[in-house]
Design a protein around this ligand. Sequence first.
Ligand SMILES: [Zn+2]
Ligand SMILES: [Zn+2]
Ligand SMILES: [Zn+2]
Length: 220
Amino acid sequence: MPLSLLETHPRSDGTASDLIDFYTSLTTSQFLTEIGWDADRTALTISQEHPLLGWRACRSEGCTVGTRAKLGLCSSCANRFHASGLSEEDFLARGRTSRKSGLGRCAVAGCGRPWKTARAKLCHAHAHQQQQILRLPLQEFVAHPSVTPLLSYGPCAVVACLRDRDGTRSVYCHAHYERWKLRQKAGVADEVSCPGLVGGSQDWKAGSRARTEEVPARVA
Ligand SMILES: [Zn+2]
Ligand SMILES: [Zn+2]
Ligand SMILES: [Zn+2]
């Protein structure tokens, strides 16, 4: 970083918001968009294909974790590979078979909600409609005329979390809600740290302005 930038750096008592404003003022909105900066979530998601900042995904089929390991496998897949006793070729051909949470959108076109699980590929509401009402295979279900996209509940309230809320029970994503419950059980969380939504999905923007760090961010 050039010294001139350090000299104009905000004083150390500046807020996180001041620092973000300061650093974003040093570049262009086009560059920030290009590198994947999400101002609302205060999170940076660099695409794998970016010519300068791009990264290499794990070689295991179906695994999207980045890696710089010589073997080309993330630590989880590398552990499974070493424990499998398979040749590298056979292991890679088998793909990732273990449970993987991952981030994913509901498979219904235009639905703004996260999938319930990677296996279900549908949000909670659509999974209920598929399994309990229409009882159709996924491909037929998503094409059914009565299946319509649903509004997002908005982003998780934990700073820099990339996940969305999966319902109106709290302002957190599923992973952080579960984490909050554990902390509550241990007596280290209170009701203020996990407020429920008052007016459902329409309130997410107001909630996102008051994002909290009460529950430490950790992508499971
Ligand atoms: Zn992997
Ligand atoms: Zn959905
Ligand atoms: Zn979250």
